[in-house]
Design a protein around this ligand. Structure first.
Ligand SMILES: Cc1ncc(COP(=O)(O)O)c(C=O)c1O
Length: 404
């Protein structure tokens, strides 16, 4: 028996090894750069100082002193871990304070914390929508929305990214299927493109078809839209969006944690029925304390947001002047489209040789023929770092010509 089990195990390990080999052969193996220090616009890699242009550290809060201090204080006052889920004995007063503060900031009635926004999106649809309902989802939505929708029994409809004509077609189909409640699910900002969902038009269509709207604003809250309140506020539709999800893992300190914000009745129901909330540990006390401080700082960060906006404009304009293809937007995610995967990899390798971290993405992460380098600007990038980046892209043009 033992021999048979070990044969099965060996066969299985060989099978997975062949899958790993296939990923490598297709040039899709993801390797990890190891930082020997904190996340920042300047990072320590292999004992060298590099400039980082691919963190979601939009406000430069990942190593903010006050946030680190708040985490330390929370560690002292509330301890290290909760050793429980929220409804057994894992709720501290500060969990509720943070939920109320997120809700107040976004102008919703309440919010609910999760270990991550991945969990928030994973636990939203199954709890709130059933086989009688329909979810109409943007084709470029984040993986966690896609997985969350898969976990629910609701009927699924997919519309082409930000395409309102297709959205209307899918809404018409969904209505014709006799479904009860419909919900349009969209990212506020699409992370591979830095483009923004047309929320005003989406809300208009939602009203025309009697649908709800859900927005994942992970790449907006803290720094985008008036007061950093995100994409619904940017388009003045904050009262027309029923559900908002977001993360503490990007602009709001960058550690971990996610939330869903909306009407109290929905949040109450999620506390009773949302599986990643019910069956996973509470957010760690230090993260909660730090999250509260991050949210407090966001509300005083107008100058930081202006700095981020100016740096974003400078890089977008500079790259265009150098002749690079940069899709139009005003968001600090800046994709530089190179088309050919070889070119994207070669330019990214060149940037790495210049001690600039800027990752290349190609098929299947982005559509075939749209390989790119994705830059992300932080308010903490200095003028010198921004100029250094543009200088490297300038020199990189010669390399790209050789590959043409
Ligand atoms: C749009 C979007 N939603 C959700 C997530 C997941 O967030 P978290 O890291 O909090 O799980 C991400 C992170 O990559 C994201 O970009």
């Amino acid at each position: 028996m033992e021999g048979r089990v070990s044969t099965i195990m060996e066969s299985y390990y060989d099978y997975i090894q062949s899958k790993n080999d296939e990923i490598r052969e297709n040039g899709l193996w993801k390797s990890e750069v190891s930082l020997a220090g904190p996340q920042s616009s300047e990072i320590l890699v292999n004992g060298e100082s590099w400039v980082n242009f691919c963190a979601n550290n939009y406000l430069g809060f990942s190593n903010n002193e006050e946030i680190v201090q708040a985490a330390t204080d929370s560690l002292s006052n509330y301890g290290f871990g909760m050793s429980s889920v929220r409804f057994i004995c894992g709720t501290q007063d500060q969990h509720r304070f943070l939920e109320k503060e997120i809700a107040h900031f976004l102008g919703t009635e309440d919010s609910i914390l999760y270990s991550s926004c991945f969990d928030a999106n994973g636990g939203l649809f199954e709890a709130l929508f059933s086989e009688e309902d329909g979810i109409i989802s943007d084709s470029l939505n984040h993986a966690s929305i896609i997985d969350g929708i898969r976990l629910s029994k609701a009927h699924r409809f997919r519309y082409e990214n930000r395409n309102l004509v297709d959205l209307e077609i899918q809404l018409t189909k969904a209505r014709a299927s006799g479904l009860r409640y419909l919900v349009i699910a969209t990212d506020g900002v699409f992370s591979m493109d830095g483009t923004v969902a047309p929320l005003k038009e989406i809300c208009d269509l939602a009203e025309k078809f009697g649908a709800l709207v859900m927005v994942d604003d992970s790449h907006a809250v803290g720094f985008y839209g008036p007061g950093g309140r995100g994409t619904p506020d940017r388009f003045g539709v904050q009262d027309r969006v029923a559900l908002r999800t977001g993360t503490l893992g990007k602009a709001l300190g960058g550690a971990s944690g996610g939330y869903i914000a909306g009407k109290k009745v929905l949040i109450d129901h999620l506390r009773q029925r949302s599986r990643p909330y019910l069956f996973s540990n509470s957010l760690a006390p230090s993260i909660v304390g730090a999250g509260r401080k991050a949210l407090e700082l966001v509300q005083k960060a107008e100058e930081v947001r202006v700095r981020l906006e100016q740096s974003t404009q400078k890089i977008r304009k500079g790259l265009e002047e150098l002749g690079y293809d940069v899709p139009k937007s005003d968001h600090p995610i800046i994709p530089v489209i190179l088309g050919d995967a070889r070119k994207a990899t070669a330019l990214s390798n060149y940037l790495v040789s210049q001690k600039i971290l800027a990752v290349a993405f190609s098929f299947p992460v982005v559509p075939r023929g749209q390989a790119r380098i994705r830059l992300q600007i932080s308010a903490s990038h200095t003028e010198a770092q921004l100029d250094y980046l543009l200088g490297a892209f300038d020199r990189g043009r010669g390399l790209l010509k050789e590959l043409s």
